[in-house]
Design a protein around this ligand. Structure first.
Ligand code: SF4
Length: 491
């Protein structure tokens, strides 16, 4: 709403808009101002009072500081200044404009686990949940329709290693096609690693394939979250990690975790487990509300506040380990740091705006269809196929759905987002909105995606405001996207 009597000031919740600057009051009471381009500055109450009277009232040194961060406009806007602002905005959006770079192939939905929170299905015995050879070959060829010079191909499931023959065929076909295309290729196989054999490892080593697996925490927690008939999921995944490290290499496996209600009481133990296993990264992921996860929400779910309390305690433990000389990076914090501290966007799909779903990521599903994101194909498992784009190799690129996703995720055009201090870093997640509210255009401030990210950005700004120098250095290190000029500068 417009604030009466004050020129050019709008308020919503904890956010205040003055000119093009968004100002947010953090839970501690501190004020942070963020520009359209994502530059920011902590403000004191005196500066806010000046700003509310009008930019002309600002002391000259304060005005100069805010001007240098594009928080206020100069009355003498030069062309050079406008170009600089434009280029900063473009750098933030480069990953969503550069063509689809992440291609997810789901060769099978079969899996040895029957996780209660699994977003997909339990289909170990089923033969009807596997991609046909024709669709697999068409998916491999379709990948090269993207203009992106860098292509990441990720195999997901189910457990792709249950159909290693399809994974192998796809990798060989893509590599053969790339001999004339010359793209930079990266392959990732996401798996429980239960089926991993020395022969598979030999193939992965030869072709430079990375493995990604799930570790939810210590054995008891992991086995509770991921039941197998023998209740040995943790032990078998660990055996897979050891095998991969021995044959492919010590850094061949990364891991991530899913937070269930059972996890909430063990933030330190979960982080300590990652340190014990020598894993350099942990991704503290919330439970997704798709498929089986949604159906079991009342048993497994928790509030945004409960997740945030767990997350902050676990992040604190990660930072403690770093202070002890153990280098371990929390991936979610790195994504948030990247948004706040880096000029270049790391391309995390859930926080791209407009959304990266369908623009920077495509999923070729076992069912023969293309979906705009991993979450969209999970949604289809629950019967909502509204985000199905087209059949694999089916020509026109689901322009209709892409258009809807795009217009539902432009923060400047969405009520609730345009006043948000974090709209330079974030935006609505239309796939989440469709999953939780049955509409891509659900009121954004009522979505879990929004509440979670408001809390995450608030939390990181609170930390940055009081961080000692070595911790700030760590946040800057985490903020760098791989391959960015910032990363390259550091050699
Ligand atoms: S979705 Fe993101 S940008 Fe939009 S209001 Fe919520 S936190 Fe702000």
């Amino acid at each position: 709403m417009k604030t009466k009597g004050v020129k050019n000031v709008t308020t919503e919740g904890n956010d205040l808009v003055i000119g093009t600057m968004r100002i947010r009051r953090l839970p501690s009471g501190k004020l942070v101002a963020v520009s359209e381009e994502g530059d920011w500055e902590f403000l004191d109450e005196g500066t806010l009072a000046f700003l509310e009277r009008g930019v002309d009232a600002l002391p000259i040194d304060t005005a100069a500081r805010l001007l240098s961060k594009f928080l206020i406009d100069s009355p003498f806007q030069s062309v050079g200044m406008q170009l600089l602002k434009r280029s900063r905005l473009e750098a933030k959006r480069s990953t969503v404009q550069g063509g689809t770079s992440l291609h997810i192939i789901v060769p099978t939905l079969q899996c040895a686990h029957s996780c209660k929170y699994c977003q997909v299905s339990r289909a170990l015995e089923s033969q009807g949940h596997t991609m046909s050879i024709e669709d697999l070959d068409a998916a491999c060829d379709s990948i090269f329709e993207s203009p992106s010079p860098v292509l990441t191909v990720e195999f997901q499931g189910g457990d792709p290693l249950l159909r290693f023959d399809l994974v192998q065929r796809a990798i060989l076909r893509i590599e053969a096609k790339n001999a004339s295309e010359g793209r930079s290729l990266r392959f990732v196989v996401a798996s429980t690693l239960h089926q991993l054999t020395p022969e598979m490892c030999g193939f992965f080593k030869q072709h430079g394939i990375f493995l990604s697996t799930s570790i939810d925490g210590p054995a008891a927690l992991h086995n509770q979250n991921r039941p197998t008939r023998e209740r040995d999921a943790y032990e078998r995944t660990l055996a897979g990690i050891e095998l991969a490290r021995a044959i492919i290499g010590p850094t061949s496996v990364s891991a991530l975790m899913t937070t269930t209600r059972a996890s909430l009481g063990y933030p330190h133990e979960i982080v300590d487990e990652y340190v014990r296993l020598g894993l350099p990264e942990i991704f503290l992921r919330p439970l997704s509300s798709y498929g089986f996860a949604k159906r079991n929400q009342s048993k497994l779910g928790y509030s945004v506040e409960e997740f945030h309390a767990f997350y902050e305690a676990a992040l604190e433990r990660v930072l403690w380990w770093n202070s002890q000389g153990v280098q371990i990076r929390e991936v979610y914090a790195s994504i948030i740091c990247n948004k706040i501290l880096s000029t270049f966007d790391a391309g995390y799909v859930d926080l791209q705006s407009p959304t990266g779903a369908g623009a920077s990521v495509l999923v070729y599903n076992y069912d023969g269809y293309v979906y705009p994101s991993d979450e969209a194909r999970m949604l289809a498992e629950t019967g909502d196929v509204s985000l199905r784009m087209m059949s694999i190799g089916g020509g026109s690129m689901g322009a209709d759905i892409l258009g809807q996703l795009r217009s539902a995720s432009e923060p400047n055009k969405i009520d609730g987002c345009w006043t948000c201090a974090y709209h330079a870093y974030c935006g609505p997640n239309p796939v989440d909105a469709q999953a939780q509210h049955g509409s891509m255009l659900a009121p954004v401030r009522e979505t879990e995606h929004c509440a979670r990210h408001l809390a995450l950005f608030d939390g990181m700004f609170e930390r940055i405001a009081v961080a000692p120098e070595d911790q700030l250095d760590l946040f800057h290190l985490w903020a760098r996207p791989a391959g960015s000029p910032e990363a390259v500068c550091e050699g």
